[in-house]
Design a binder for this molecule. Structure first.
Ligand SMILES: Cc1cc2nc3c(=O)[nH]c(=O)nc-3n(C[C@H](O)[C@H](O)[C@H](O)COP(=O)(O)OP(=O)(O)OC[C@H]3O[C@@H](n4cnc5c(N)ncnc54)[C@H](O)[C@@H]3O)c2cc1C
Length: 345
């Protein structure tokens, strides 16, 4: 049975399989009909990806599946692998640029069903769909430190782990003890931090093609008032520095340690190159923070990619530094790569 997408908590409007009849060619129709009859979760055909990312950009996926259990994730991966159908896993889409053509394949979303958190002593076990600010708040209330730097990151834990996300030059990898994944064959596995190879805003998970389903974190004990104070300061700083009302994807360009030392953070370099306010189509470099690109109306993925290319070219010419992207681009073929590499797809 297929559903039309509705935000968590609202009853979805139900479409039946005749929707598939209007969809695709015969072989594709057969595959999708087979897939939605399996136990993989809720299926949404032709789902607009702009609804699933903070940039509000992106065309339709052939099928978006919202899995509710690890078994459903395994079933889906095994199915698409056997038929060589592209599969893209997403969280809240706060670090993703979808193409205007969408994805010719299946997009897997881990959401509300993967939201359990358990705290026992210094160990926090949380599922991949957990909303990161909520995780940081619960840890704080339990007197656990170390996640303050994540309290304003608007994504899921799965996306955070894959990106080794964080702020103040920290990354979530520093607190990770174990990661439960479903591998690219559909088999559940448990990984150690060594397997994950965490480095600045990167992990081996980006290459392995695993789907993160659960994470175990170890957090040192701390004073609740101190932890709260650090979180409030972080959130206040973000409100002051980051554009909030216009759709964006956070920092577009990576700010590595070596870059900081050599030339400073990307926002400063882009500002010094005189690029604040530069526009291509409806994509604009924020006046408030030059490492943010805003979707000021109906920006297309090509607008954003062209603006990224222009910034990289100007910065390379001005200071001889090659900016790399933190934001990932999702091609219509379902390939996920740093957005500065998009032209090579
Ligand atoms: C306003 C704003 C501020 C931000 N500030 C920060 C910041 O301070 N620090 C920071 O690091 N980031 C920041 N970000 C970027 C983003 O929020 C993080 O990278 C976040 O961790 C991504 O989570 P997500 O659920 O949105 O993942 P998505 O954007 O949906 O996906 C990101 C990557 O993870 C993969 N992925 C997602 N879920 C899974 C899973 N379960 N298993 C395997 N792979 C998965 C996707 O394929 C993709 O490659 C910010 C974004 C915004 C919009």
């Amino acid at each position: 049975m297929l559903h039309s997408y509705s935000p968590a908590g609202e009853a979805p409007e139900i479409f039946y399989n005749e929707r598939i009849d209007q969809l695709t060619s015969d072989p594709e129709k057969k595959i999708l009909t087979e897939l939605v009859s399996l136990d993989v979760g809720k299926s949404y055909p032709d789902e607009l990806l702009a609804r699933h990312c903070s940039w509000k950009i992106g065309g339709p996926a052939d099928l978006l599946v919202e899995a509710e259990t690890t078994e459903q994730v395994s079933n889906l991966i095994a199915f698409v692998r056997a038929r060589q159908i592209p599969l893209v896993v997403i969280g809240q889409g706060t670090n993703l640029l979808f193409d205007d053509a969408g994805v010719r394949g299946v997009v897997l979303k881990l959401g509300a069903a993967f939201s359990r958190i358990k705290i026992s002593g210094n160990i926090v076990t949380a599922e991949a769909g957990v909303w990161v600010p909520q995780l940081a708040r619960l840890a704080m209330r339990a007197g656990l430190a170390g996640l303050e730097h994540c309290s304003g990151i608007p994504g899921t834990l799965g996306g955070l782990v894959l990106m080794n996300g964080g702020s103040q030059r920290k990354g979530i990898g520093e607190n990770i003890r174990r990661v439960w994944v479903v591998d690219s064959h559909g088999c559940p596995q448990v990984l150690t931090p060594v397997d994950c190879e965490f480095s600045y805003r990167s992990s081996a998970l980006q290459r392995r093609g695993d789907v993160v389903v659960k994470v175990e974190l170890e957090c040192p004990s701390g004073d609740i008032a101190d932890i709260r104070h650090a979180m409030v300061s972080d959130l206040r700083e973000r409100r002051r520095k980051f554009p909030r009302k216009v759709p964006n994807c956070g920092s577009v360009f990576l700010s590595t340690g070596e870059m900081h030392e050599a030339v400073g953070p990307p926002g400063k370099i882009i500002e010094e190159a005189g690029l604040k306010g530069t526009r291509i189509g409806a994509a604009e470099i924020s006046q408030q923070h030059a490492n943010f690109i805003l979707n000021t109306g109906h920006a297309s993925s090509s607008d954003v990619l062209a603006l990224i290319a222009q910034v990289r070219k100007s910065v390379a010419q001005n200071i001889g530094f090659e900016l790399r992207c933190e934001v990932h681009y999702v091609s219509p073929q379902g390939v996920v790569i740093p957005a500065d590499k998009a032209h090579s797809v």
